[in-house]
Design a protein around this ligand. Structure first.
Ligand code: ATP
Length: 438
């Protein structure tokens, strides 16, 4: 199973899903670029999340906060103080410990038990630092945000006032985050620049456990129904007392069975009133919520957070879709993406490059463009080779324009998964595909 990762990395590069960043210069440490197919897949996952979290809900608003924030934000959040100790990190479970932690005996990780688990200790703050303005001095230090959540907390009152939302309600955001990870790796699983899809749901204290349960169910269902991830590859992992972050009352990871281990790709956390209380204290601004129905009722809301990595979700989607199959005595590699997530929805093949077939194919291709369905026109190589190329790209439908098309106006539509071929009138083929990729 471990070589699944090697196969994926190689497919991702060969077909243009993911490239190493600055590869011609030897690459940058744990930063990746998305190629022509990867960028489409990523956009489709991002759009699906936004649609279900923002557009389909009346109780969640969207936000796009800046990456660079006031440095006090990171003092309030605990990120400045929390990561400036000399740290060692377990190479297996990635937990970081102060180098002088008395529980570390003989180089063995006190949590997962790995032997010889630690390298040299380092003074470590995982935030990337830079300078704002022309002078490189301490007073000008700003950080690249290590999570998108804080941009939501500091805008809590702005959103309440401008949107007139009432608790319970949420704020959702998708954006880049940066962490100077000590031990990045496993392809796009752990990188230093990545994207998060986070939603912070503000609730009245006392209703937090109920909302936590609600969001756990909703998020798991999104992964199985909308992302199409196999159920048996997913599970919840509850944080034990030693894993629980300082701000959290209860926390669950949604884990996927990666070839290297079961690992988290989304976290659902009950962050209590920690964040807003801290920002109220550090900013001196009141961050209470006043119940419009009863203005004597004022409180700092509790927050249930759903925090997913976009890149890590993409890795899960890619990995879960990967299949090697035997078709008509030949091996094929196929990516069985949910049609709605597939980078290319339909490929159009004129069987031969003559008899008017390329012109008909080009017209159908244009019809798909006009309908906003991403299509691909391919007239080179045998039809079998052309099918294989699209299987590897995860394209759910292939349309062949052949001799019969010039006689009766029908084309064949081939289904990527069942390999069934049906004849459909060419005027109706856009609607036929649209209905199946929605
Ligand atoms: P980990 O233990 O894997 O470092 P974490 O517990 O620090 O993750 P959170 O801070 O809860 O992660 O971040 C939420 C989500 O953001 C994670 O589930 C993951 O999908 C994504 N994420 C976090 N760090 C990285 C990273 N370095 N590279 C890619 N995605 C990341």
């Amino acid at each position: 199973m471990a070589d699944l990762m090697d196969k994926l990395v190689s497919l991702a590069k060969r077909r243009g899903f993911v490239f190493q960043s600055s590869e011609i210069y030897g690459g940058t440490g744990s930063v990746w670029d998305y190629g022509p197919l990867g960028v489409e897949l990523k956009r489709n996952i991002r759009d699906a999340w936004w649609r279900s979290m923002v557009h389909m809900r009346d109780d969640i608003e969207g936000l796009d906060a800046a990456i660079l924030m006031h440095p006090r934000v990171w003092e309030a959040s605990g990120h400045v103080a929390g990561f400036t100790d000399p740290l060692v990190e377990c190479k297996s479970c990635h937990r970081r410990f102060r180098a002088d932690n008395p529980d570390i005996v003989g180089g063995q990780c006190p949590v997962c038990g790995t032997r010889d688990a630690f390298g040299e200790p380092r003074m470590f703050n995982l935030m990337f630092k830079t300078f704002m303005g022309p002078v490189e001095e301490d007073a000008a230090v700003v950080y690249m945000r290590p999570e998108t959540a804080q941009g939501i907390y500091v805008n809590f009152q702005n959103v309440v006032t401008s949107s007139r939302q009432r608790i319970p309600f949420g704020i959702a955001q998708i954006g880049k985050a940066f962490r100077n990870e000590i031990t990045p790796g496993n392809f796009i699983f752990r990188t230093r620049e990545f994207e998060q899809m986070e939603m912070q749901f503000f609730v009245e204290p006392g209703s937090d456990d109920t909302w936590m349960d609600y969001w756990m169910t909703a998020r798991m269902e999104w992964h199985t129904e909308t992302m199409g991830i196999r159920k048996e590859k997913l599970r919840f992992h509850q944080h034990g007392p030693d894993e629980l972050a300082h701000y959290a009352k209860r926390a669950f990871d949604i884990q996927y069975e990666f070839p290297f281990d079961w690992q988290e790709f989304e976290g659902i956390h009950n962050r209590t009133d920690f964040d807003l209380t801290r920002h109220q204290e550090y900013s001196g601004k009141k961050l209470e919520y006043i119940d419009p129905a009863d203005t004597n009722k004022r409180y700092i809301p509790y927050i249930i957070e759903t925090s997913a990595g976009l890149d890590r979700t993409l890795l899960v989607v890619l990995m879960d879709a990967y299949r090697e199959e035997e078709v008509e005595g030949e091996k094929r590699v196929v990516l069985r993406f949910k049609p709605a997530l597939a980078p290319i929805k339909v490929a159009i093949f004129p069987l031969v490059k003559k008899d008017g077939l390329p012109e008909i194919a080009a017209r159908i291709h244009d019809d798909f463009k006009a309908a906003g369905v991403n299509s691909f026109h391919d007239d080179s190589g045998s039809i079998g080779r052309r099918y294989r190329r699209q299987d590897e790209a995860g394209t759910p439908f292939g349309i062949t324009v052949d001799g019969q098309t010039t006689e009766d106006g029908t084309v064949t539509v081939r289904d990527r998964d069942t390999l069934e071929q049906v004849r459909v009138p060419s005027e109706g083929v856009v609607a036929y595909v649209q209905e199946r990729v929605r």
